[in-house]
Design a binder for this molecule. Structure first.
Ligand SMILES: NC(=O)c1ccc[n+]([C@@H]2O[C@H](COP(=O)([O-])OP(=O)(O)OC[C@H]3O[C@@H](n4cnc5c(N)ncnc54)[C@H](O)[C@@H]3O)[C@@H](O)[C@H]2O)c1
Length: 310
């Protein structure tokens, strides 16, 4: 086996980096993604490039990748990679399919419990002698509520399994799966149209890729069609939810809560309109990133990259 040059330009579990370095010549620099010129120069000499979600594998960078045979993606969504252009250049793109599904699903369940109950942000009030018991005593239990899952792939199915454990009713819509697809019956989930899901779910969670067909899917009209007081959770990608329409719906009480982990622009610029929005939970694209999932994702990609040079 000849030693390949592997460039890793975003963070990867150190144990997985060591696996690659045992067999190949590895440059591991998690900050490299922030230096476009140096990234292009290093990528030009790479047989494999390992990225997370920040590296835009397209245009100038892709043009510089003259030797590259493999792009390993430490995650699932491929919207930061021009996959057709990679394929046209004979570059194989390898995602970490399924490896962070549990981490995202647990985030969805935690957000569901927090947002339906709406009673866990009282530390400041309680510690300063206020006692907002009456105001916070009217939250909803999760058991018996309907969870609507948009996109019934790896993460959607894992989320359904956890939600059943809490006694939720689960319905799902997937544009690529017919209603009689065995996975629905096997997982005890009722397949429905998107309109039906939006109309009847108490909690709507999105697990779809960013595509032309999903961009703007949750615009003002669709958010307006959601059940009054419902909760919206977006861990899929920014651009799928109209954040201004969402905050307007939270302010009027049309929606009862929202958790947003992904944004049109990341990092999210300073956004005063989001800071005082009721029952809105914002996180910095971490739903798929936990200690365990980082290890699983990194080891999966290390093994697949190693296999591609056998
Ligand atoms: N925030 C994070 O940390 C994080 C982590 C992992 C994944 N993600 C995002 O979550 C998405 C889903 O991940 P996954 O592993 O479940 O992917 P997956 O490919 O297993 O499932 C996606 C499902 O969406 C369906 N789909 C596609 N277009 C649709 C549409 N218009 N309407 C309804 N369904 C549609 C597909 O048929 C598929 O079943 C990824 O594409 C990624 O963008 C985010």
């Amino acid at each position: 086996m000849t030693r390949a040059r592997i460039v890793i330009c975003e963070f990867m579990d150190e144990g997985a980096v060591a696996r690659l370095a045992a067999a190949h010549d590895v440059l591991y620099d998690p900050k490299l993604v922030g230096d476009a010129a140096r990234l292009r120069a290093e990528a030009a000499g790479a047989d494999a490039l390992v990225v997370r979600n920040l590296t835009q594998v397209r245009g100038d960078l892709l043009a510089a990748m003259a030797r590259c045979k493999v792009v390993g993606r430490l995650g699932v969504g491929l919207d930061n990679i021009d996959v057709p252009a990679c394929e046209a250049r004979g570059i194989k793109v390898i995602p970490a399919t399924g490896a962070n599904a549990l981490s995202v699903a647990e985030y969805v369940i935690a957000s569901t419990l927090l947002l339906l109950r709406g009673a866990f942000a009282s530390t400041g009030a309680v510690a300063t002698g206020q006692w907002p018991r009456a105001a916070l005593g009217n939250g909803r239990e999760t058991a018996g509520q309907t969870l609507g899952i948009v996109g019934f792939g790896s993460i959607g199915q894992t989320t359904a399994r956890l939600a059943h454990g809490l006694g939720m009713r689960v319905i799902a819509h997937d544009a690529m799966l017919p209603r009689d697809a065995p996975v629905f019956a096997q997982s005890g989930v009722q397949p429905v149209s998107l309109d039906e899901l939006v109309r009847s779910a108490d909690v709507v969670t999105l697990h779809i890729p960013l595509l032309d067909t999903t961009r703007g899917l949750f615009n003002a009209a669709r958010i307006g069609a959601m059940k009054k007081g419902a909760v919206l959770i977006n861990t899929s990608r920014g651009h799928i939810v109209d954040i201004n329409a969402l905050t307007a719906a939270l302010r009027t009480g049309q929606l009862g809560g929202a958790a947003i982990d992904v944004f049109d622009v990341e990092p999210l610029p300073v956004s005063p309109s989001l800071q005082d929005c009721p029952n809105l939970l914002l996180t910095p694209h971490i739903s798929g990133v936990s200690a365990q999932s980082n290890e699983r994702v990194s080891v999966m990609i290390a093994i697949k990259v190693l296999e591609s040079f056998l």
